[in-house]
Design a protein around this ligand. Sequence first.
Ligand code: HEM
Length: 187
Amino acid sequence: MQYSRSWRLLHWLIALCVIALVPVGLLIEARTEANLWDRTTDILYGLHKTLGFSVLVLMLLRIGCKLWLQAPAYPDTLSRRQILAAKSLHHLFYVLLILVPLLGWAGVTAFPALMIIPGVELPPMPGIPRDPVLAERLFGVHGAFALLLALLALGHIVAALWHRFVLHDEVFQRMGFRHLSDKEHKS
Ligand code: HEM
């Protein structure tokens, strides 16, 4: 069994955003520390804020999928312990994928640094005061949770590839692009 098409699409869109966000985040951090305030830094900041905010919006849709759509059953080859571990990790992803962008958004609201490109700004997060000291703290927590998210995502990718290329079970295809035929579902 596979996740619905919309759920799979959201999964891959969010994955692509996170894969881009982590190195871009590290790069802007490095350029900030090196006091490099040029056009490239501006573009990287704008890209990071846009992709990060998109993750937040896509995650709201994804939570909608989780609430309204039925997730497929796991293959019988997985033990109850493995299923529990997989489900716990997936719930942690949901928490981090909401928390990390919220902290980034709160940080740029407090700083304030809401501009993406000249003339286009993100909306300020309601209830967050203009306070650069608070912004620095928010960015610190944002960075720490983002790195935790990156580590977990790495483990998640290794596990998915292990299922696909070593165990050859259906776990990867639950979120894969290839449509599973009825025959494959049953085998
Ligand atoms: C899933 C979404 C996101 C991920 C995975 C992510 C990841 C990261 C990472 C890895 C860093 C570098 C942290 C460090 O080296 O300490 C960073 C920094 C940063 N992020 Fe994000 N980010 C996300 C969303 C956002 C959003 C939504 C915003 C703002 C709208 C944002 C704004 C920033 C800013 C301004 C910095 C630099 C902070 C500083 O200068 O100290 N991020 N992000």
